[in-house]
Design a protein around this ligand. Structure first.
Ligand code: TYD
Ligand code: MG
Length: 461
């Protein structure tokens, strides 16, 4: 009789499995990451039940005859967090919160769990990273004193499941998935097999009991996403918590959400008493703009998800001391910035080929949309001319290789937000002004070409 166990090779990085050993993982292409593992044969009847992620099974009926499920949400009361979740925690959903160590995942979840818990909605926080005393220390600091917030330090998955059966919470926080393990499985905590299996069990629990589960996971800066990445397809919602180095501001981003929007961001500030919500991030990303802005700064009316956000772009132009001119860029796309510098040089007469150019989006935000082109060009041109741009002005538009301006999505929303923040003028592509009036109190200047826009802003090469 054939053995029911066979050997497969599992990549430690991406979790892909393959029947044959190879030096390079056929899935992610990394080297020396395949490790041997025994696996039950995947014949359904023989041996144990094959693992399924969810227990859905139903009769075949016309789809239109079915009643759509109403998603009822439980808001945490932290507005920025709820918006990312799509309005609140959905019962029976599994939310993965990833981020580098030390960014504030435990802090955020402890605050959210404290707000979420209620006598009819107990929340259980499990930490496999810190002792009860440590977590209590943090909760004192945060003022998290909700008696319906339950806690246990535990790393054994079976014991966690027991604790859930006993305490019957409505929401569960598991901090972190890398510390959990199931003793029946080979491999230590943090191995791909353990992470997957633990997450699958928790998913089962979430769906079976209608329990909202938050799973915390570490992601390292080097992009080693082994842990959380292998879970992305299994969970309902994937959130990443990020920051610029040494910045007190934290940006929470939804990269997947079965119950809400993606590309939304939530902004928090780390303080001595935990994370504060930043409800008006535009003010934050604009930096300290007291008085007239210096040369080399412009303001972009950006869009993060569905939310308009004003971001300050700064540029510095300095003579190249020797050799190749430098282009250093942070917070905006490097290749786009280099291309825009070339357009300024060739199409608008700014001679930048012997100049070092530095470009930066302030506030630790990453602006990737083409709509930021015009603001980047305006900042660089202003720096090159050493002349400030007009005050209270926002810039918006994609710049083509010929220097022509192209329209961008959701111009009205962006301008409305800018007007709310006291901006009085906007430079936008001419095509975006057709048939449209700007918000009250704002002069909207439609321009066809980059050179024209810079001219009208008083910059001449
Ligand atoms: P933590 O939530 O432990 O991060 P993670 O779980 O993502 O590893 O937060 C770590 C950092 O936050 C730590 O450097 C201390 C800082 N911090 C504050 O500045 N203020 C606070 O109130 C708390 C609780 C933490
Ligand atoms: Mg932590």
């Amino acid at each position: 009789m054939k053995s029911r166990i066979h050997v497969i090779f599992v990549c430690k990085e991406c979790g892909a499995d393959t029947p044959k050993w190879a030096g390079q993982c056929p899935s992610c292409g990394r080297w020396n990451t395949l490790a041997e593992k025994s696996a039950p044969r995947s014949s359904g009847r023989a041996g144990g039940e094959p693992r399924r992620l969810t227990d859905f099974s139903s009769a075949v009926v016309p789809l239109v005859s079915l009643k759509a499920s109403e998603v009822s949400r439980r808001p945490t009361g932290m507005g920025e967090f709820d918006r990312i979740l799509g309005g609140g925690l959905v019962p029976g959903s599994l939310v993965l919160l990833g981020g580098p160590p030390g960014i504030g995942k435990s802090t955020l979840m402890l605050q959210a769990a404290n707000r979420l818990a209620a006598p009819d909605f107990p929340v259980l926080y499990i930490s496999g990273e810190e002792s009860p005393e440590q977590v209590r220390g943090r909760s004192v600091r945060l003022g998290a004193e909700n008696p319906s917030l339950l806690f246990a330090s535990e790393t054994d998955l079976e014991k966690i499941l027991d604790a859930v059966r006993e305490a019957k919470p409505r929401a569960l926080v598991v901090d972190s998935v890398q510390t959990m393990h199931k003793s029946a499985l080979p491999g230590g905590p943090g191995s791909v097999a353990q992470i997957r299996e633990c997450a699958a069990e928790l998913l089962h629990l979430a769906k079976g009991e209608g329990l909202g589960v938050f799973l915390l996971g570490h992601v390292t800066k080097e992009g080693d996403l082994a842990g959380p990445r292998v879970l992305e397809h299994m969970v309902d919602t994937v959130l990443y918590f990020e920051t610029e180095r040494e910045d007190v501001h934290r940006v929470l981003r939804a990269v997947k959400n079965r119950f809400g929007p993606t590309n939304e961001i939530g902004v928090f500030e780390m303080t001595g008493r935990g994370l504060d919500e930043v409800t008006n991030p535009s003010a934050l990303f604009l930096g300290e703009r007291e008085g007239a802005a210096p040369a080399g700064t412009s303001v972009l009316a950006a869009l993060e998800g569905t939310r308009p956000l004003m971001v300050e772009i700064q540029a510095l132009v300095a003579r190249t001391a020797f050799g190749m001119p430098r282009r250093q860029v942070s917070g905006v796309d490097y290749n786009r910035a280099v291309l825009l510098i070339a357009v300024l040089d060739r199409r608008c007469g700014f001679s930048l080929e012997s100049q070092d150019v530095y470009v930066k989006a302030t506030g630790g935000i990453d602006v990737r949309e083409p709509a930021s082109d015009l603001a980047v060009c305006a900042a660089v041109a202003s720096a090159a001319a050493d002349k400030p741009l007009p005050a209270r002005t926002v810039w918006l538009g994609e710049v083509g290789l010929g220097g022509e301006l192209r329209s961008v999505p959701q111009v009205s929303e962006r301008l409305a937000e800018a007007a709310k923040l006291g901006f009085q003028r906007a430079f936008v592509p001419a095509s975006a002004t057709r048939g449209r009036t700007g918000p009250a109190g704002m002069e909207v200047v439609g321009v066809g070409h980059l050179a024209d826009a810079l001219n009208r802003a008083g910059l001449r090469s």
